[in-house]
Write a new protein. Structure first.
Length: 165
């Protein structure tokens, strides 16, 4: 990955595309967990990729590329959420029937959505993307103890919500 980053910093567009392609699943999961909407998630990801392309030369340590990229995405998502609060959203909610395929996944996503954003993000980064506690702390600009606490509270909240249903 360090070679790709060096090539991308030197202006190799193909290397940059390869870097981003390797991270697109993680980016989608994080953006979706913040924004709850595929269109908004796509917007946040595209803005993140543009910012990453522009700021890549400022990345000091190549081993932190993934953490740096996720941090940019989180900030873009937070900006979009702040902007959303200032405007009136036009929500289109469709009801899903119990017999539709993928219902279990929808229920799981609804369970995740019931969690506070800070807990949901930590869970997705830790379990969904395989980030270490240290990487999550760097990406979210938190202390490692805070990440551990959020993970513990998120697990307890999920258990409580799940058992209540």
């Amino acid at each position: 990955m360090e070679q790709l980053i060096k090539r991308a910093k030197a202006g190799d567009g193909a290397a940059f595309v390869e870097l981003i392609e390797g991270q697109k699943s993680a980016l989608y999961k994080v953006a979706r967990s913040y924004l709850h909407n595929d269109m908004d998630a796509a917007d946040a990801i595209s803005e993140t990729v543009l910012t990453c392309f522009e700021k890549l030369p400022s990345l000091r340590q190549a081993q932190y590329f993934r953490t740096w990229l996720v941090r940019i995405l989180i900030r873009k998502c937070q900006d979009m959420l702040r902007e959303r609060k200032r405007s009136v959203p036009l929500d289109e909610i469709t009801e899903m029937g119990q017999d539709e395929p993928g219902h279990a996944r929808v229920e799981f996503l609804a369970l995740l959505d019931s969690l506070d954003e800070k807990y949901r993000t930590v869970l997705l980064l830790y379990y969904g993307e395989g980030f270490t506690i240290k990487e999550i702390a760097q990406a979210m600009e938190l202390k490692e103890e805070a990440v551990k606490t959020r993970l513990r509270r998120a697990r307890a909240s999920l258990k409580q919500v799940y058992q209540a249903e």
